[in-house]
Design a protein around this ligand. Structure first.
Ligand SMILES: [Zn+2]
Length: 76
């Protein structure tokens, strides 16, 4: 059980964790699943915080030193 400061109760309270999974359009058009964790205060049930967890977008060629896939401002 997580504890966080609840601005409504003005004290540290136990949090109810709600986990939502959502598909988002990823870096190259593929769908990626992210996990959204939402925390509500156990005492007053008000929303306290949320955070997203998901795959980090690591390009497949990132270790080959290829950095020219995105045009820079100098390409104007
Ligand atoms: Zn509260």
């Amino acid at each position: 059980m997580q504890s966080q400061f609840c601005p409504n109760c003005r004290t540290v309270a136990n949090m109810i964790e709600t986990v939502t999974r959502r598909a988002i359009a990823g870096h190259d058009g593929k769908m990626d699943m992210i996990t959204i964790k939402t925390y509500h205060c156990e005492s007053c049930r008000s929303f306290v915080s949320s955070k997203e967890e998901g795959p980090r977008f690591v390009p497949e060629n990132s270790q080959n030193g290829k950095r020219s896939q995105h045009p820079t401002l100098l390409d104007w």
